[in-house]
Design a protein around this ligand. Structure first.
Ligand SMILES: Nc1ncnc2c1ncn2[C@@H]1O[C@H](COP(=O)(O)OP(=O)(O)OP(=O)(O)O)[C@@H](O)[C@H]1O
Length: 422
């Protein structure tokens, strides 16, 4: 022990002297340890803050849904594709448009978009239009879909719109997702150019199957159990693709599936998947019809791909009933209370027990109790082998879209229907 002793004020005649002992270790060692501890703490804190910052700035996807759906981060804080988040005040829309080199390769010269053929509907960002695009061969213009950004648009809306185009680019190609063809974003008006899935959405297809229509433009308006599985399987492939990218769709429903004449199904309405991509969660449920949502979404808890699996069960119900609104006897606003009583939809008369078994597995209250998209697809692949390919599904009652919208809890304007015009 390093101890020093000091004799304090003693004379030779003193019998008793005060000796001061200095134990340096008692002072130095703890001080040293505390200093080391503080330095280590500082380093750990610094590393933690640095990691947080890099996570916020990373442009790619993050693990889904760690935050509740109501959490709302600012667009800039979320990184949002990395290179398009500019401070609002420092730039005008025009300057900003010139500063998005990430989209340069996707630009379609405006003069190639020869004529607007029709407005399909009003999408979440603005009008959705069908147009002809010149491909070089003037005798064969190609029909495309233009999603336009409504004007006037603020910088935030422009940023968001460009971010969505980049998101499509990031997703890349998948047979069962609507394909991005390009964009026109170097000046206003802004367009996202998508492949045209000409037969429109599955809900309209299902409604038309109720009618006496046989075929239209090569599409046969008859649906068998086997075809229900066939369409379902394609939707699940699209969900698996999103899941591989740590995303989920958020609004799986017949109205968000487009159909080609060979019954190829393509998932559209990727607006919420984009929110998951940028924010890690869906920020609100206000515009999403409640009857398709899993309990955790209705309870505003964090959600993931298994919430899509719940909605997939509702989609099977939609297909097998040829587009009936889910839970017809339950008002949309009461759906949560209904589910909290552990009530699910009864088996529709047109639905086999096998298919109802699959639906019920999707409607397990606990997320972990539901199958993954892949497990579900494998079940569908087994079921398809013995499914009926002859009996055509039939529902005699025709749909009144306004009534449907009220029962389903959907804004009627958001339903694109050419159904009533047939
Ligand atoms: N590529 C397409 N081909 C044919 N019709 C399409 C296409 N894309 C969209 N539509 C039509 O427009 C409707 C709305 O599309 P979609 O849900 O993708 O747009 P949105 O309202 O902008 O949604 P989101 O913000 O979720 O992307 C579809 O139901 C469909 O009728």
């Amino acid at each position: 022990m390093g101890m020093t002793r000091t004799l304090l004020e003693c004379s030779l005649s003193d019998k008793l002297c005060v000796i001061q002992e200095k134990q340096y270790e008692v002072i130095i060692v703890p001080t040293f340890l505390v200093t080391i501890f503080l330095i280590l703490l500082g380093v750990i804190l610094w590393l933690f803050i640095r990691e947080q910052r890099t996570q916020q700035q990373r442009p790619g996807p993050r693990d889904i849904a760690p935050v509740p759906p109501s959490r709302d981060l600012s667009w800039e804080a979320a990184g949002h594709g990395g290179n398009v988040a500019l401070p609002l005040k420092e730039t005008s829309v025009e300057n900003f448009l010139g500063a998005t080199p990430a989209l340069a390769k996707l630009q379609v010269p405006r003069e190639q978009l020869s004529e607007i053929l029709e407005q399909i509907c009003n999408g979440s960002y603005g009008p959705i239009l069908r147009a002809n695009m010149n491909t070089g061969d003037t005798s064969k213009p190609k029909s495309v879909i233009l999603k336009a950004l409504k004007e006037p648009a603020g910088l935030h809306e422009v940023q968001d719109f460009l971010g969505r185009i980049q998101f499509h680019q990031y997703l890349g190609k998948h047979k069962n997702l609507v394909q991005l063809e390009g964009c026109c974003t170097e000046q206003l008006p802004l367009y996202m150019v998508l492949e045209d899935v000409a037969h429109g959405d599955l809900l309209n297809f299902l409604w038309t199957c109720r009618r006496d229509v046989m075929t239209m433009d090569g599409l046969l308006y008859d649906l068998t159990e086997k075809q229900v599985y066939h369409i379902g399987k394609q939707v699940l492939l699209a969900l698996e693709f999103l899941q591989d990218k740590h995303l989920f769709h958020g609004d799986v429903a017949a109205r968000n599936i487009l159909i080609q004449s060979d019954l190829t199904a393509k998932l559209c309405g990727l607006g919420l998947a984009y929110e998951v991509y940028t924010r890690g969660a869906i920020s609100s449920t206000q515009t999403i019809p409640l009857k398709w949502l899993a309990p955790e979404r209705l309870l505003l808890r964090s959600a993931g791909i298994r919430a899509d699996v719940w909605s997939f069960g509702i989609l099977l119900y939609e297909m097998v009933t040829l587009g009936a609104p889910p839970y017809p006897e339950v008002p949309p606003a009461s759906i949560l209370q209904h589910l909290q009583k552990r009530k699910i939809m009864k088996r529709p008369s047109s639905c086999t027990r096998t298919m109802y078994g699959i639906m019920k597995s999707c409607w397990c209250w606990r997320e972990a109790g539901r199958p993954s998209p892949r497990e579900l697809r494998l079940r569908l692949e087994v079921a398809i082998k013995t499914a009926d390919d002859k009996a055509v599904l039939q529902v005699p009652e025709l749909v009144v879209p306004e009534l449907y919208a009220a029962v389903a809890g959907i804004r009627v304007e958001s339903l694109f229907y050419n159904y009533s015009m047939l």
